[in-house]
Write a protein that binds this ligand. Structure first.
Ligand SMILES: [Zn+2]
Length: 167
C-alpha cells in the first residue's frame, strides 16, 4: 500500500511521459495535477469517516472501471484538442489502483474489478509501506524516504528525457 510519494511520482511520471509539450508553461501544472490525481482514489477515506466503515476504503474508487469513467470525463471536458492530456490524466488516476494492487500484501486487497466483482484483489508482488497506521512516525518517514528512493529516479529520468527531446 504505497504512500502519497509513490503514487504522486507515478502519476506525475505518467503525465510527464505523455504530455504533448514539455516546453509549455502548463507542463509543471500538469505534473502537479498528475501527482494529485494519482492520490485522488484515497479520498475514499472521506466515505470511511462519513459512514463509519472501513469497507469504503480501496473500494470503487480503486477500480479500473471508475478510473475509466474519470478518464472519459477528462476527455469530455477537454475535448479532442487535448485528448493526449486527458488520457494521461486518466492513466495517472488509474495508476493508484494498479500500484495498490501490485504492492499490497497486508490490510486486504482492492476492488479492482468493481462493479463486476466486489472481490478484494491483491497481487502483492512486493510489500511497500504496508499498513502505515501501525507504524511509528519514524517508520512512516522511513517508508516515505524509501518510496522517494525507488520512484524518484525513474521520474527524474522521464523529466530529463522529455526536456532533452523538447529542446
Ligand atoms: Zn489506495
Amino acid at each position: 500500500m504505497p504512500l502519497p510519494i509513490a503514487h504522486g511520482l507515478t502519476g506525475a511520471g505518467i503525465v510527464a511521459a505523455l504530455h504533448p509539450n514539455p516546453a509549455s508553461r502548463r507542463y509543471g501544472v500538469a505534473l502537479l495535477a498528475g501527482a494529485l490525481l494519482a492520490n485522488a482514489a484515497d479520498l475514499d477515506f472521506a466515505l470511511v469517516w462519513a459512514f463509519h466503515s472501513k469497507a469504503w476504503h480501496r473500494a470503487f474508487t480503486h477500480s479500473l472501471f471508475f478510473a475509466a469513467v474519470v478518464g472519459l470525463l477528462f476527455v469530455a471536458v477537454t475535448g479532442r484538442a487535448r485528448l493526449r492530456e486527458a488520457v494521461a490524466s486518466g492513466l495517472a488516476f488509474m495508476s493508484h489502483g494498479a500500484l495498490d494492487w501490485l504492492t499490497t500484501r497486508e490490510g486486504g486487497g482492492i476492488e479492482l474489478l468493481w462493479p463486476f466483482s466486489s472481490a478484494r484483489l491483491m497481487l502483492g508482488m512486493w510489500g511497500l509501506s504496508e499498513v502505515p497506521s501501525r507504524l511509528p512516525p519514524s517508520g512512516v518517514l522511513k517508508a516515505l524516504f524509501i518510496e522517494l528512493l525507488i520512484f524518484g529516479p525513474p521520474f527524474a529520468l522521464i523529466l530529463l528525457l522529455r526536456r532533452r527531446r523538447a529542446s
